[in-house]
Design a protein around this ligand. Structure first.
Ligand SMILES: Nc1ncnc2c1ncn2[C@@H]1O[C@H](COP(=O)(O)OP(=O)(O)O)[C@@H](O)[C@H]1O
Ligand SMILES: [Mg+2]
Length: 363
């Protein structure tokens, strides 16, 4: 493959001994607005290795997109400001990179599929040009070569008649097809890490399943890591290796998918599990949404940020911020009672039947 001759791809460098492909370490990104400080990301930590999928789950406004955009170096500063922490990619701090270095990283090493494909595709350029743009920029492809590869990529993501479609414009594509174009664009340069921000939210269930399957096929082939952002825990139930549950800018629970589904320790995660429709149907349990709304990130409640909505909250919860309770495997939960076996009996039954209910469905 052609390369920009003056640049050594970071993705070709080994991950330093004892480190991970991506390490997000107590990351804090605040927005300084006229009305006050918005604590959009307030202490996010996780690690990710090649071939792994991380699910980032939480209600709207919990800081999922801002976390991803910070990793991509796409937050305008000001109003944004890094208040602490670090993001290391293959051992190098992304936060210390120059804009020129970041331009090489974006699309080439770390690529993102954005929430809204219509605003992310440029309406005035043909699809082929947009899909091939990264190859021209990062790989030194000629116009002809980029168009040829763009055609192959459209074929790869299951777009019929790719030779014809490369010469069409975004408005000539359906929602599902546009989402496929976004995936083709994101995969063009073989990224090490693919960040997908609610890539299926606007799509119907069948297309959703196809898009997720496509991302997984690509991952099997390329060995890249995936960060899948969603407000729906059900979406990542079967695809994620690890899951971070976010609430009001903070991770409230992090663990392997099995830990999150079978041994979850945070009442907010329990609420998310109880609001997955399939689980409710399979288990003949009522679907119970979490009552109330997330707090304003400018004016967080004292104590545990989830306490105003938590059915188990005590005086201690309303007064004192909980520390993370971490297990030996690295499963952590920010709840005062996460270490109390009696309290954990409140976890929903459904959380321990993820695989079983799936098998039942297929039989
Ligand atoms: N440029 C900005 N200025 C001020 N606040 C912002 C800005 N961008 C995002 N926010 C705020 O950061 C919070 C987290 O947003 P976001 O990460 O988009 O949530 P999610 O993706 O989980 O729905 C929200 O309260 C949002 O209003
Ligand atoms: Mg978002």
């Amino acid at each position: 493959m052609k390369k920009n001759k003056n640049y050594v791809d970071l993705k070709d460098q080994p991950v330093p001994e004892g480190q991970h492909l991506l390490e997000v370490d107590d990351l804090k990104m605040y927005f300084h607005t006229e009305d006050g400080v918005v604590r959009a990301v307030d202490g996010v930590s996780y690690t990710l290795d090649r071939g792994e999928t991380l699910g980032v789950v939480g209600e709207s406004g919990s800081g999922k997109s801002v976390t991803a955009m910070t990793i991509m170096g796409l937050i305008s500063m000001p109003p944004g400001k890094i208040e602490g922490g670090d993001v290391r990619y293959r051992g190098r701090s992304i936060l210390e990179m120059t804009e020129e270095e970041m331009q090489h990283i974006r699309g080439n090493d770390i690529a993102m599929i954005f929430q809204d494909p219509m605003t992310s595709l440029n309406p005035v350029y043909k699809i082929g040009k947009q899909v091939g743009e990264g190859l021209r920029l990062h790989r030194g492809y000629s116009k002809q070569e980029a168009l040829k590869r763009a055609t192959e990529l459209l074929d790869l993501v299951g777009i019929p008649e790719p030779e014809k479609r490369v010469n069409e414009y975004p408005h000539q594509f359906s929602g599902g097809m546009r989402q496929r174009v976004m995936i083709a664009m994101a995969l063009a340069c073989d990224p090490d890490i693919l960040i997908a921000d609610e890539p299926t939210t606007a799509l119907d269930v069948t297309i959703q399943a196809q898009i997720i399957e496509l991302m997984q096929e690509m991952q099997e082939k390329n060995g890249n890591a995936i960060i899948m952002i969603t407000h729906d825990l059900g979406v990542v139930a079967d695809m994620a290796d690890k899951i971070m549950v976010m609430y009001a800018g903070r991770p409230v629970e992090f663990g392997t998918a099995d830990e999150i589904f079978y041994e979850s320790r945070h009442p907010y995660t329990w609420g998310l599990i109880r609001s997955i429709p399939e689980q409710a149907i399979d288990e003949k349990k009522p679907l119970t949404p979490i009552h109330g709304n997330p707090p304003s990130l400018m004016n967080l409640p004292e104590g545990c940020v989830f306490s105003p909505r938590c059915p188990y909250a005590t005086d201690k919860c309303r007064k004192q911020r909980p520390e993370r309770v971490v297990t030996e495997s690295g499963h952590y939960s920010a709840c005062h009672y996460s270490g109390d076996p009696e309290f954990l009996k409140n976890a929903p039954e459904t959380s321990r039947t993820r695989k079983d209910s799936k098998k039942g469905g297929e039989a």
